[in-house]
Design a protein around this ligand. Structure first.
Ligand SMILES: *Cc1c(COP(=O)(O)O)cnc(C)c1O
Length: 445
């Protein structure tokens, strides 16, 4: 090793040492953290580690990257915007990037979503959605000179809507950290998770429990919230579109607002531009995030109907009670516009279909592996559910050695790659999964 190389190596080691001792990483211990890998750069579908390895990205940086890293068009959108202004307050000021983005979102999302509230992250957009629903019901009750009773939410088990408090209160009650925060979390109603899978035969029995909850508690329920078609963090479970259709119908019947959390599914991930389209429904409120800026900067949006916006605005406060400092951030809006334009221009339907076909061919045979319980593919999402939990540190190390970036959780090894990934790169990802399935240390606790 040359002097220069060894200096670099010791610099990297001291960075990683500081990181390990002082920097929180998501969902890992601060005293005995899972290892972190130092990234130097990323380009296209490749993540380049400081240590020299180049990894094919199977995760899209938590499902957010669409067109790859370091994309010239997205970079230029950012640079052009930065040269004008990176940010101005959204109170009393507005700008073209935000206006153009909102116009696009209204045009592309299902019919009836005409008002856009921009915010910082997915969790915040869920907070905003829940607050909108509650403020709407407050205004409706006041208008009818009736007491406010609709103050709770209804959702399904196994859901995930974010890590802030209101969002957490509608996450799965068992896996969603409810025990620790029980005393401070708002209490809501939970229906069983949808159990009939996407592609299976539909039965109306599936909604019996849900219907009962609506029938018995609709006077208390402001809104129903659900991830459409894919329960993501809850284990990449794909459920039947008829279920979503039934939810819409029940919300209408019982005068409950429908909030659809498209943060993970939006912008083509499931094979439709928005997963709601599988059921041909429009929600009253929709949350978008993750892929909104093509994975460049945090940005989220909550869309609602004109009726909701009007009712809130006629209510006691006269306005919606929320306003983040970085609302409508110009850099984020500019790159979101460029990303959405690219999505349309790149023929995302063909890109997603190609990923779906390739993943189906490559992953389906893994069902015969003794460690595998289920294999499922929908759009650009492929999941291999194992019979036992993975050892994250060991499996991660092996994936890095195999030249791929795949981050499993629990019993689930899944990939959700950038849409520009090639068939060869997908083959490497699937090959790496097949390899680790045969290795005991990747599953030992
Ligand atoms: C990731 C996610 C969120 C939370 O978004 P953050 O940007 O992490 O706050 C909410 N809902 C769903 C469905 C998600 O997948």
């Amino acid at each position: 090793m040359s002097n220069k190389q060894s200096t670099l190596l010791s610099e990297q080691n001291s960075l990683l040492q500081f990181d390990k001792e002082n920097v929180w990483h998501p969902y890992t211990s601060m005293s005995e953290p899972l290892p972190s890998y130092l990234v130097e750069s990323a380009q296209g579908v490749m993540i380049n580690l400081a240590s020299g390895e180049q990894l094919i990205d199977g995760m899209s940086s938590w499902w957010s990257v669409l067109h790859g890293y370091n994309h010239p068009i997205l970079n230029k959108a950012l640079q052009d915007q930065a040269a004008k202004m990176s940010h101005v307050m959204f109170g009393g000021l507005t700008h073209q990037s935000a206006i153009t983005l909102c116009e696009k979102l209204i045009r592309l999302t299902p019919q009836g979503l005409d008002k856009v509230f921009l915010s910082d992250s997915g969790s915040v957009s869920v907070e905003v959605a829940m607050k909108m629903a509650l403020q709407y019901q407050h205004a409706v009750a006041a208008n009818n000179k009736a007491p406010l009773t609709k103050t709770k939410l209804l959702t399904v088990k196994n859901g995930y809507h974010g890590d802030t408090f209101a969002a957490m209160s509608v996450c799965d009650p068992v896996t969603g950290m409810h025990q620790i925060f029980e005393q401070v979390l708002m209490q809501h109603y939970f229906a069983p998770a949808p159990s009939i899978k996407f592609g299976e035969t539909w039965s109306t029995d599936e909604t019996i429990e849900l219907t009962k909850l609506f029938a018995n508690h609709h006077n208390e329920i402001a809104a129903f919230i659900i991830e459409p078609i894919v329960q993501g963090t809850g284990g990449m479970r794909f459920y039947h579109p008829e279920y979503l259709k039934a939810c819409r119908q029940l919300c209408d019947q019982y005068d409950v607002l429908m909030i659809v959390d498209e943060i993970a599914t939006g912008f083509g991930r499931t094979g439709k531009l928005f997963a709601c389209e599988w059921a041909d429904i429009s929600p009253d409120i929709m949350c978008l995030g993750k892929t909104l800026t093509g994975g460049y900067i945090t940005l989220a949006a909550t869309l609602c109907s004109s009726h909701i916006a009007k009712t809130i605005s006629k209510g006691e406060a006269g306005c919606f009670m929320h306003g983040p400092t970085f609302m409508g951030n110009a850099l984020a809006c500019a790159v979101a516009n460029a990303s959405i334009d690219l999505l349309i221009k790149n023929d995302w339907q063909a890109q997603v279909k190609n990923i779906e076909n390739t993943l189906t061919t490559l992953l389906n045979p893994l069902i015969h592996h003794q460690r595998v319980k289920d294999v499922r593919v929908l759009g650009s999402i492929g999941a291999v559910e194992c019979k036992q939990a993975v050892n994250v540190a060991n499996i991660q190390k092996r994936f890095v050695e195999l030249g791929v970036w795949i981050r499993p959780f629990g019993k689930l090894i899944y990939i959700i790659p950038p849409l520009i990934i090639t068939t060869e790169q997908l083959t490497c990802l699937a090959g790496a999964i097949a390899t680790v399935l045969a290795e005991d240390e990747c599953f030992s606790s």
